[in-house]
Design a protein around this ligand. Structure first.
Ligand SMILES: Cc1cc2nc3c(=O)[nH]c(=O)nc-3n(C[C@H](O)[C@H](O)[C@H](O)COP(=O)(O)O)c2cc1C
Length: 359
């Protein structure tokens, strides 16, 4: 399509978007200890409803998928009711919102969870590094328990139930977080997946979990067009490493390319190799590019046909009216990284808009 810019209307199968700007999923650590999102999350998200699409912070499909302090889940009635208020507020403001499912696998500290279940992963490989807990301060990450083969259908079932819960809560769709070193990426990557069964070893086995979770989410949603996926090939975050990410991600994307998904969301974390160029031709559907985009680089990416949507993280966090600021060339607020995960309203719902009438 000629002359596509950030302000051009977009379309996922069955869903119109006002523009080509997506608000990135961002964990904000403001939920209650029982996994219920905070009251002021409605305000945070509805302030940003001018995005073409909002993708929520990572939401655990079940308590065993929680890992960080004050992060939300979507497994019970209280959590679903709270999410319903949030989707309602976004829709009232003319926005669209997908729920991101984040099962952290081994990147979890028990003090941050309301379940006694141990953190799980494809193999019992501990991640280097520490995590913040409100009760104990910084803590080493524990060694996870390797999932038994017979348990895997149950984990996939948690994503199915979460999909149904998210649609009941009014979300327009759901995104599988298969990036940043969390459970799905732990299955994809050779250092965290040392299994010798059908879910480990050769690439077709390592991608199996992600493909089966996506298929289950599509079935639960009743339509693949309500289901997206995020990947971050070769991103080392959370002590993850794959011996051959080009093979892993080209094989994965070819395998899911014809499911009819809402979109493929790719976070490029290093300049080379260029996974946008590599993966776009392999995926038959909308392509969303993420990682350090500005207005100019986003417009250029769209104009070149390199992506259909551009995903903005920190810029949306700090600029609730980012769409207007880009459209009118207004100056941007800077983000304050000390309040990213700090809890409370500061640095969450108090970033100013450029014009009083925009919210
Ligand atoms: C505070 C913060 C929290 C984040 N949490 C998540 C998350 O929950 N899920 C996820 O997929 N990515 C998460 N990310 C990564 C963003 O979605 C995005 O990929 C990244 O910030 C790069 O985009 P940017 O350069 O436009 O910020 C987070 C980023 C930030 C800054």
């Amino acid at each position: 399509m000629a002359n596509v810019t950030l302000s051009t209307q977009g379309r996922f199968d069955g869903l119109e978007t006002k523009n080509r700007m997506i608000m990135a999923p961002m964990t904000r650590s403001r939920a209650l200890p029982n996994g219920v999102p905070s009251d002021f999350a409605s305000e945070y998200y509805s302030q940003r409803a001018s995005a073409g699409l909002i993708i929520t912070e990572g939401i655990a499909p079940s308590a065993v998928g929680l890992g960080y302090a004050r992060t939300p889940a979507i497994e019970n009635a209280d959590q679903i009711a709270a999410w319903k208020k949030i989707t309602g507020a976004v829709h009232e403001n003319g926005g669209r919102i997908f729920a991101q499912f984040m099962h952290v696998g081994r990147i979890a500290h028990p003090a941050n969870r309301y379940t006694d279940a141990e953190p799980v992963s494809p193999s019992a490989v501990k991640a280097a590094g520490q995590m913040w807990t409100d009760a104990l301060g910084m803590q080493d990450l524990p060694t996870p328990r390797a999932l038994e083969l017979r348990e895997i259908p149950g984990v996939i079932g948690e994503y199915s139930r979460a999909t149904k819960n998210a649609l009941a809560a009014g979300f327009d769709g759901v995104e599988l977080h298969s990036a940043s070193g969390y459970l799905p990426m732990q299955f994809l990557s050779s250092n965290t997946n040392q299994r010798t069964d059908a879910y480990g070893g050769p690439v077709n086995n390592r991608i199996r979990f992600v493909v089966e979770v996506l298929e289950a989410m599509c079935e639960a949603a009743g339509s693949a067009s309500k289901v997206g996926i995020k990947i971050s090939p070769a991103m080392p975050f959370n002590d993850i490493h794959d011996a051959n990410p080009v093979e892993t991600y080209t094989t994965l994307v070819k395998s899911i390319g014809s499911l009819g998904l809402a979109y493929l969301h790719v976070l490029q974390s290093a300049p080379e190799p260029n996974y946008f160029k590599m993966l776009r031709p392999l995926f038959d559907g909308p392509f969303a590019a993420a990682g350090g985009f500005t207005k100019d680089s986003g417009d250029a990416m769209l104009a070149s046909g390199g992506a259909d949507f551009i995903v903005y993280g920190k810029l949306f966090l700090a600029n609730p009216d980012l769409v207007l600021r880009f459209a009118e060339g207004l100056p941007l607020n800077e983000w304050d990284s000390t309040t990213f995960y700090a809890g409370g309203p500061k640095g969450y719902i108090d970033y100013p808009t450029a014009k009083p009438s925009t919210v």
